[in-house]
Design a protein around this ligand. Structure first.
Ligand SMILES: Nc1nc2c(ncn2[C@@H]2O[C@H](COP(=O)(O)OP(=O)(O)OP(=O)(O)O)[C@@H](O)[C@H]2O)c(=O)[nH]1
Ligand SMILES: [Mg+2]
Length: 239
């Protein structure tokens, strides 16, 4: 059970004890989410004030979020001023990887928490010079469930799904794909070795979110990365 966020823990496992009254639980969930939404609104206003384009990268662990950022920052930093907030339960491994690109980065460790929240982002923003920032990437904790329901004030959630995870993930974890505007289908260099059905995966993602934009990419080989860069530049211009 997720006891740190507002996600609905749909228990199917056996318990030796009674559950609390469902009505009380729903109220608590609403309180947590409404507090978060109000802080997200404040973050959004700050992004607007400083004309910062903010993206929230969400995925299961290991889909390639940090690898995507490392490559994107190395290839686009000459023309765009970036900063990165890294979210993980423990370690600053990802922040260290990002720091090597020369881009300002701040690591948040959530401990037992399974997602970033707007409050944590507000504090992390104190570590950056917002007046000299064009694009903020927030790499969320690897988790296909909880980060989906927490607004951080970002312009878009970008879901990264790698082909090693199976094409059914958009159907099994629909909230994540409903709430994302983009799906990056990563690691397509591995397709020759897998039974992953790209067409079906895209159909599934569109079924839960007909408006979702899908880019097939390989961070490793660079295939498809230009489509992602074009989308990024276009959207950043339009805020
Ligand atoms: N073959 C292949 N491997 C990739 C690709 N992109 C990332 N990887 C590998 O996938 C592994 C996980 O990548 P990360 O960037 O650490 O993934 P992540 O989503 O940031 O992981 P967490 O932060 O733990 O959630 C690493 O070994 C990467 O080298 C790709 O396009 N192709
Ligand atoms: Mg990472």
């Amino acid at each position: 059970m997720c006891n740190t966020c507002g996600c609905n823990p749909n228990h199917s496992h056996a318990h030796a004890h009674d559950h609390p009254a469902p009505r009380k639980k729903i109220t608590i969930e609403q309180d947590i989410l409404s507090k978060n939404n109000s802080l997200a609104k404040t973050n959004r206003a700050l992004f607007k004030k400083h004309q910062i384009f903010a993206l929230n990268l969400v995925s299961s662990p290991g889909s390639g979020k940090t690898a995507l950022l490392e490559k994107t920052l190395r290839e686009l930093s000459a023309k765009t001023r970036f900063a990165v907030i890294e979210g993980d339960q423990q370690t600053d491994n990802d922040a260290q990887r990002i720091a090597k690109t020369g881009v300002p980065v701040h690591q948040i460790n959530t401990g037992a928490g399974c997602h970033l929240d707007a409050h944590g982002i507000a504090h992390a923003l104190d570590h950056f010079d917002l007046k000299n920032l064009d694009v903020l990437f927030i790499e969320n904790v690897g988790n296909l469930v909880c980060p989906a329901t927490f607004d951080l004030g970002e312009h878009h959630k970008v879901a990264v799904l790698s082909v090693t995870e199976g094409e059914d993930k958009p159907l099994k974890y629909p909230t994540m794909f409903e709430n994302s505007d983009v799906m990056l289908l990563n690691k397509i260099d591995l397709l020759p070795y897998l039974d992953f059905d790209v067409k079906k995966c895209k159909e599934f993602a569109k079924r839960v979110n007909p408006k979702i934009k899908i880019f097939e990419i390989s961070v490793k080989t660079g295939a498809g990365m230009s489509t992602w860069y074009e989308w990024l530049a276009q959207e950043a211009r339009e805020i």
